[in-house]
Design a protein around this ligand. Structure first.
Ligand code: DDH
Length: 286
């Protein structure tokens, strides 16, 4: 057990569990990044509902949402960290794990602040259906991400996370990785999107995606219909081109926007103290 508030100790233990020789590409990193994103990406700006506060994926309504299939692996990986540092909230642990994983996979340093609560406020629960559907196009992407308060540029920067990890037929129905080295953060996703020819493929399960095969590659690479919508949309495309050509700029923008993502719905005072955590906890105990 570490001293309450020793986030450096938590970061160290998250970094130490990333190597998982028996799992996927040998790393828990990508699925931890997805856990941080899905715990935050239910946020709705207008109604101030959803977001990482409450760590709702611990419960069936959100945890059992088909959009979150597979994320139990990420939560199980983190249980040993939670056991050792029981003072940290799940909401903080899940978002911090994504931030640490990006950095450990050679990505940018992302600013992260503590203070999220695990108190479940029933009036803030997100309905299912708030996360994006990879089978759709640009209108859908905008509908989902504008709801959280992101711009077109921010949407493209965030999508660069698909440089990490892979699709699993038994989770989303899609299959394969976007890049050849899916445990190293880079701008390769944007470069491949622009430079390869993507052919439509209907998988045995009826799911439609796009694929490309390089002669010297170990496996066929893939893109979701939503990924390629970034190419065909005139307002998204210039950002794809910028990030493909300027890795530093992509890293800087990704770091800023991911930090914004994990802050959705978290209200802080000028000192950074979370306002909608202590108040709720107070109510909870009374
Ligand atoms: Fe994603 N994503 N994502 N994604 N995502 C999947 C995997 C991963 C969409 C669909 C899928 C973001 C945006 C979108 C990661 C991070 C981020 C899978 C495959 C699907 C499907 C799941 C599976 O089968 O296991 C769609 C649609 C969008 C969209 O923008 C329209 C964003 C914004 C992020 C982020 O982190 C900021 C990561 C990492 C993975 C790899 C997970 C793994 O297990 O590996």
């Amino acid at each position: 057990m570490s001293k309450s508030g020793d986030y450096a100790a938590v970061r160290k233990d998250i970094a130490a569990l990333l190597k998982q020789p028996e799992y996927d590409d040998g790393s828990a990193g990508p699925v931890l990044v997805r856990l941080a994103w899905h715990s935050s990406g239910t946020y709705d700006h207008d109604t101030d509902t959803g977001g990482s506060n409450g760590a709702g994926m611990r419960y069936e309504t959100e945890g059992g949402d088909p959009a979150n299939a597979g994320l139990q692996h990420a939560r199980v990986f983190l249980e040993s960290v939670k056991a050792k540092h029981s003072w940290i909230t799940y909401a903080d642990l899940w978002t911090l794990a994504g931030v640490v994983a990006v950095k450990e996979m050679d990505g940018p340093e992302i600013k992260w602040k503590a203070g999220r609560t695990d108190y479940v406020d029933d009036s803030k629960l997100p309905p299912r259906g708030r996360l994006p559907d990879g089978a759709q196009g640009a209108d859908h992407i905008r509908f989902i991400f504008y709801r959280m308060g992101f711009s077109d540029q921010e949407i493209v920067a965030l999508s660069g996370a698909h440089n990490l990890g892979r699709c699993h037929s038994d989770r989303s129905g899609f299959h394969g990785a976007w890049v050849n080295n899916p445990t190293r953060f880079s701008n390769t996703y944007f470069r491949l999107m622009l430079s390869r020819s993507w052919k439509e493929k209907v998988l045995d399960n009826g799911v439609r995606q796009f694929v490309h095969y390089d002669e010297d590659a170990e496996e066929e690479l893939m893109m979701l219909p939503t990924d390629l919508a970034l190419l065909s949309d005139p307002s998204f495309r210039p950002w794809v081109e910028l990030y493909a050509n300027d890795k530093e700029r992509f890293f800087a923008d990704f770091a800023r926007v991911f930090a914004k993502l994990v802050e959705l719905g978290i209200e802080r005072d000028a000192t950074g103290k979370v306002l909608n955590a202590d108040n709720m906890l107070g109510g909870y105990h009374s």
